[in-house]
Design a protein around this ligand. Structure first.
Ligand code: SF4
Length: 388
C-alpha cells in the first residue's frame, strides 16, 4: 500500500471573514506578524506595519495596551492598508475602543476578566463585523483551569505544575471560551493554543483540530531569538501543516527592529514553501558544495547574493545554484532559473532549457539578476497574482 502523501489533506475549517481576507476552507494559509513598537507612537507603528506588509505580511497584529494606544488607532488605520488585529489583554474596554479601526480582535481568555466583559466585546465585534481570536497561551491560563491541571497558588499568583500543563489544559480553555462566544450567538471565531513547548503545542492543536471546525492560527509562542525561533517554528508549525492543520501562522522572533520582524514573515513563507503549500518570492535551491565544486565557482556566495539582492520580490521565482555538473542540470531543470558550474565557466538554464553557456563565474550574479528582473517583469505584465 502506498504511504499517505504529505502534507495530508487540509482540515476543512469553516470560513471566517477577516477584513478583505477569508480564513479557513481552502483559502491560502495566511502569514502574519506583529509590531514591536509602542502603538501609542503612530509614526513608528505605521512605518513598521507598512514595512511588514511590503515584505508580504498579510495580517498585522498590534498591541492595544493603553488608552493612548487605542487613541492612536484611527491615525494608524488611515495610513495603512493591510488587515489589522488589536491584541487585547486585561482591559476589555480597549477592545471596545479599537473595534472601529481594526479587522479582528484577539483576546486572551486567561486575563480578559468577567463574562460581562466578553459579552461587551462580542457586541462590539458584531457591530463592526469583526472576528475574534481566542488566543490561549500556556503562560496565562485561567486560574480555574490551571488549578485543575496541577498549578498551585503562591501569593495569589498561579504557578504552573513543575512538569508543565498538559495539552488538554490549553484545549479545555479554548473550547470553554468557544462555548462562551457561541452562547452569545457569536461564531466568527479563530483559535490559537500557543506554547513555547513544541511537542505540547503540536499536541494541543491536533486535539483542537479534532474537537472543532474553527480556523486555527498556528504559532510557537516565546520561541526566542531568530535561530531558535526558526527551528522551533519550523518544527511546530511545520508538523501541523503536514497534518493538514492550520489556516494562518505567525513565527514569533524576539526582536524589535523592523528588519528582524520582517524575518518572521520570510520564515513563515519559507515554511509554507518548504511544504509546497504556497510559493512566495525568491526561493534558492543550492547544493551544499563539496570537493567537486568547480574551482573558482563559489556556490555559497552566489546563492547568498542572489537571495539578498532579490529579497524584495514577492512573486514566486525558484532558483538553483549548483557547484558542478553532477546534479546540476537535474536541479536546474526543476527551477525557473538555474546556474550550473561546468568546468571553467557556467551554464544558465531557464525552466530546464539551456539559454546561456560559457558564462564567466564573476558574471554569474549579474546575469542571473538580469534574468530574474526579466522574469519578474514578465510576471507583472501577465499580472501574476501575488502569492496564494
Ligand atoms: S552539485 Fe557538485 S559541488 Fe555541489 S554538492 Fe553536488 S557534487 Fe558537490
Amino acid at each position: 500500500m502506498n504511504p499517505q502523501p504529505l502534507p495530508a489533506p487540509r482540515r476543512r475549517a469553516r470560513e471566517v471573514k477577516l477584513g478583505p481576507l477569508i480564513l479557513g476552507g481552502d483559502q491560502p494559509i495566511r502569514v502574519q506578524s506583529m509590531t514591536a513598537n509602542d502603538t501609542a507612537d503612530p509614526d513608528a507603528t505605521v512605518e513598521q506595519i507598512n514595512a511588514l506588509a511590503e515584505a508580504g505580511c498579510e495580517i498585522v497584529r498590534l498591541t492595544v495596551d493603553t488608552p493612548k494606544a487605542a487613541r492612536a488607532l484611527p491615525d494608524i488605520r488611515r495610513r495603512t492598508a493591510v488587515p489589522l488585529v488589536a491584541d487585547i489583554h486585561y482591559n476589555h474596554r480597549l477592545a471596545l475602543e479599537a473595534a472601529p479601526y481594526v479587522d479582528k480582535i484577539r483576546i486572551n481568555p486567561g486575563n480578559i476578566g468577567a463574562l460581562e466583559n466578553v459579552k461587551a466585546v462580542v457586541a462590539r465585534a458584531n457591530e463592526f463585523d469583526l472576528p475574534i481570536r481566542i488566543g490561549v497561551n500556556q503562560g496565562s491560563l485561567e486560574r480555574e483551569i490551571g488549578l485543575k491541571y496541577g498549578a498551585h497558588l503562591l501569593d495569589n499568583v498561579l504557578l504552573p505544575p513543575e512538569e508543565g500543563y498538559p495539552a488538554e489544559a490549553l484545549v479545555e480553555s479554548a473550547l470553554r471560551n468557544v462555548e462562551i462566544l457561541e452562547g452569545f450567538g457569536f461564531e466568527r471565531i479563530i483559535i490559537s493554543v500557543k506554547s513555547s513547548n513544541v511537542p505540547l503545542m503540536v499536541r494541543a492543536y491536533r486535539l483542537l483540530a479534532e474537537a472543532c471546525d474553527y480556523p486555527l492560527h498556528l504559532g510557537v509562542t516565546e520561541a526566542g531569538t531568530k535561530d531558535n525561533s526558526n527551528i522551533k517554528s519550523s518544527i511546530g508549525i511545520g508538523a501541523l501543516l503536514l497534518d493538514g492543520i492550520g489556516d494562518t501562522l505567525r513565527v514569533s522572533i524576539a526582536a524589535r527592529a523592523t528588519e528582524e520582524k520582517i524575518e518572521e514573515v520570510r520564515t513563515g513563507y519559507k515554511i509554507l514553501q518548504a511544504l509546497g503549500l504556497r510559493r512566495f518570492g525568491v526561493e534558492v535551491v543550492s547544493c551544499p558544495t563539496c570537493g567537486r565544486e568547480d574551482q573558482g565557482f563559489d556556490t555559497t556566495r552566489i546563492a547568498l547574493q542572489l537571495e539578498e539582492l532579490n529579497s524584495h520580490l514577492t512573486r514566486p521565482i525558484k532558483l538553483a545554484v549548483m557547484g558542478c555538473y553532477v546534479n546540476g542540470p537535474g536541479e536546474a531543470a526543476d527551477a525557473d532559473l538555474g546556474v550550473v558550474a561546468s568546468g571553467k565557466t557556467a551554464k544558465i538554464y531557464r525552466s530546464g532549457r539551456l539559454i546561456q553557456t560559457q558564462v564567466p563565474f564573476e558574471e554569474v550574479v549579474d546575469r542571473m539578476s538580469e534574468l530574474i528582473r526579466q522574469i519578474d517583469r514578465e510576471q507583472r505584465e501577465e499580472i501574476t497574482p501575488v502569492p496564494t
